[in-house]
Design a protein around this ligand. Structure first.
Ligand code: ADP
Length: 525
């Protein structure tokens, strides 16, 4: 890796993405890119989906001071584009636009809103290839996973387009005969949606889909690492007929944008996916204006393999749960607890499967493991591995940076991990699978729940009573039984304890964007 590239990755790791002075050419000339990246960017540009400005009131706008921020390809270090680096002034205007549009958008019939959402879904599916390419380029995930995310992300729009028509109220039997008691469900108002880099599309549609379905309007702040997918999706929303101002996108100075959203009395709800530390800040910052808050924060998922598990099912499921997106998801198996009787057998089959994972640039068809998002992510993994080995764990496979350089890391399995190690206590967010031996079901449940997180958990067993018992005892919002990939638009996604508040997706996900209004009608006899 060149020194310049290294500096760039380090700056990104520190959260100090290159902020540049105003430049007329916002898109990097393709001749400065490697052939495959250049060809992919050309395809995206030809489809009209290479957007680099913020979206406020239906207009694509530069940052008011002209500043930009570079978006890099983590697989190569190449700069893909420079996007507007916005702050509080642009955010205030985006809020004002969302607020004024709220009155018209929320007054449309559910059917009208549903049609626009459905059209947005259709356009995303029609541009699946370009969106997946953008995602692979700016985030690093393999094309196959990126295409999977486009389908998954789009599914929230399809689902909530349908759900828009099913937001029913209630009629309550009155306590006095001349009264009629009604409950209406109404949209909360303007929503501030802050999203992370690991699912550049799906974390947006999972929030914006139900918000728009309910009649809310939105200001989205995507991650500065992956704004291009968000901007392309927003452009398709405009094309679908989502009115100007119903969906606004600002990115740049995250704390400034966050503060502007928090301080505004017009923003009635904050929905966030990201780190627990930032989630706590947003929750505290919402107190002043008493906003509704939904948070989807970090996990520390246990994956429990019992002696009675089918070994092939357990290996396949835990491999998928651990190594998806190179271990960079909040539902990734973070601790693989393996019962004594199956430990050796599971470990050797699991290691074999891990060795077959192909590390590389996500644009290559054979790749199943892309790079980590930045240098800080690799350094975190290194710190966790050093901590574990210094306390007696053994690296069974991998355990170092990949020979490809950049932020590629070898898929890793660490044995004999215990609960005093960082690998047990915190989310590694990388391609490292810690194996933790246990003796009894009670011990497994105790170890699994011995954390402040509570998002996803997985169990592998062939016993039906055990699968019920353990699922009920796990302090988690989602449980996979004999399955490692469980998220779907039709089921509620969200955590307990410090993994968050509220649920996304499913019929439960709409409630997060609705207020109840009780109407008492008197003198009705
Ligand atoms: P991750 O570690 O996964 O990047 P973060 O919580 O840092 O998680 O980022 C998730 C999202 O939160 C990103 O869009 C990021 O820019 C944003 N963010 C980070 N800090 C703040 C903040 N102080 N206020 C508002 N948003 C923030």
């Amino acid at each position: 890796m060149s020194t310049a590239m290294m500096t760039m990755r380090r700056a990104a790791a520190l959260g100090a993405r290159h902020i540049l002075a105003s430049s007329s050419s916002r898109v990097v000339p393709i001749r400065h890119m490697s052939a495959d990246v250049g060809a992919a960017m050309e395809k995206i540009r030809a489809a009209g989906l290479l957007k680099t400005q913020g979206l406020i009131a239906g207009r694509w706008v530069d940052a008011y001071d002209g500043k930009t921020i570079e978006v890099e390809n983590p697989a190569t270090g190449e700069v893909l584009a420079s996007v507007s680096c916005m702050g509080s002034r642009e955010t205030s205007d985006a809020i004002a636009s969302a607020h004024s549009t709220f009155y018209s958008w929320s007054k449309l019939t559910a059917n009208e809103r549903s049609k626009a959402l459905r059209k947005w879904y259709d356009l995303i599916i029609a541009h699946k290839e370009e969106l997946a390419l953008l995602m692979t380029l700016e985030q690093g995930k393999p094309m196959k996973e990126a295409l999977g995310e486009v389908n998954y992300g789009a599914s929230f729009l399809e689902y909530f387009a349908e759900e828009a028509k099913r937001i029913y109220g209630d009629i309550i039997p009155p306590t006095l005969s001349d009264r009629r008691l009604l409950v209406l469900k109404q949209p909360v108002g303007v929503v501030g949606a802050i999203t992370p880099w690991n699912f550049p599309l799906a974390m947006i549609t999972r929030k914006v889909g139900p918000a728009l379905a309910c009649g809310c309007t939105v200001v989205v702040k995507p991650s500065e690492f992956t704004p291009l997918t968000a901007l392309a999706a927003a452009d398709l929303a405009l094309q679908a007929g989502i009115p100007a101002g119903a969906l606004n996108v600002v990115m740049g100075n995250a704390p400034e944008i966050g503060d502007a959203l928090l301080q505004s009395t017009q923003v009635r709800k904050i929905t966030f996916t990201g780190s627990t530390a930032v989630g706590k800040k947003l929750m505290a910052g919402s107190a002043d204006t008493v906003k509704k808050v939904s948070l989807e924060l970090g996990g520390n998922a246990p994956c429990i393999v019992f002696d009675d598990a089918d070994i092939d099912v357990a290996v396949k499921g835990s491999l998928a749960a651990k190594f998806r997106n190179s271990g960079q998801t909040c539902v990734c198996a973070n601790r693989i607890l393996v019962q004594e009787g199956i430990y050796e057998k599971f470990a050797s089959a699991f290691i074999k499967a891990v060795q077959s994972l192909q590390v590389g640039n996500g644009l290559e068809e054979t790749t199943s493991q892309g790079p980590l998002i930045n240098e800080a992510a690799v350094q975190k993994v290194e710190k966790f591995i050093n901590d574990a080995t210094s306390k007696g764990a053994n690296v069974m496979v991998g355990g170092k940076r990949h020979s490809l350089g950049m932020t590629f890391y070898e898929p890793t399995v660490v044995g004999n991990v215990s609960n005093d190690m960082l690998l047990f206590r915190e989310e590694v967010f990388g391609p490292v699978a810690p194996l933790i031996p246990f003796k009894t079901e009670e011990e497994a449940i105790h170890l699994a729940n011995d954390t402040n997180a509570g998002l996803a958990a997985y169990i592998f067993t062939n016993s039906i009573p055990r699968s019920w018992r353990v699922s009920e005892s796990l302090e988690y919002g989602l449980v996979g039984v004999n399955e490692g990939i469980i998220s779907t638009e039709v089921a509620p996604f969200g955590g307990v304890k410090q993994s968050g508040l509220g649920r996304e997706g499913s019929k439960y996900g709409v409630d997060e964007y609705l207020e109840l209004k009780y109407i008492c009608m008197g003198n009705m006899s």
